[in-house]
Design a protein around this ligand. Structure first.
Ligand code: FES
Length: 102
């Protein structure tokens, strides 16, 4: 296994019993995760891993995701346009202000 250069954790609102609930799941985060993975592949960014997570505790800004190792947190990621902005930020090396959680 090759370790990824970056890892994107997409909030799936999973609770301890495994049932997805909450803002991010209801906001379509898991469906957008599929789009995210497809876009990363299309852009040749195979060194970026994507995983679904439990609640990231920023529900009021969901759907949310976080990028490591940069420790960039993004909120209101509720569209393919927002996903594109996140991926663009990885390519540019700076996070998009409109989605960044400070
Ligand atoms: S449900 Fe996604 S941050 Fe809480």
């Amino acid at each position: 296994m090759t370790k990824p250069k970056r890892h994107i954790f997409v909030c799936g609102s999973f609770r301890m019993n495994g049932t997805p609930q909450g803002v991010c799941s209801k906001g379509g985060s898991m469906e957008l995760m599929q789009y995210l993975e497809g876009e990363l592949a299309d852009r040749g960014m195979g060194d970026v891993a994507v995983s679904g997570t439990g609640c990231l505790k920023v529900c009021d800004r969901g759907p949310a995701l976080v990028v490591y190792p940069e420790n960039w947190w993004f909120g209101h990621i509720d569209s393919e346009e927002a996903i594109d902005a996140v991926i663009d930020s990885l390519e540019k090396g700076s996070p998009p202000a409109e989605y960044t959680i400070a």
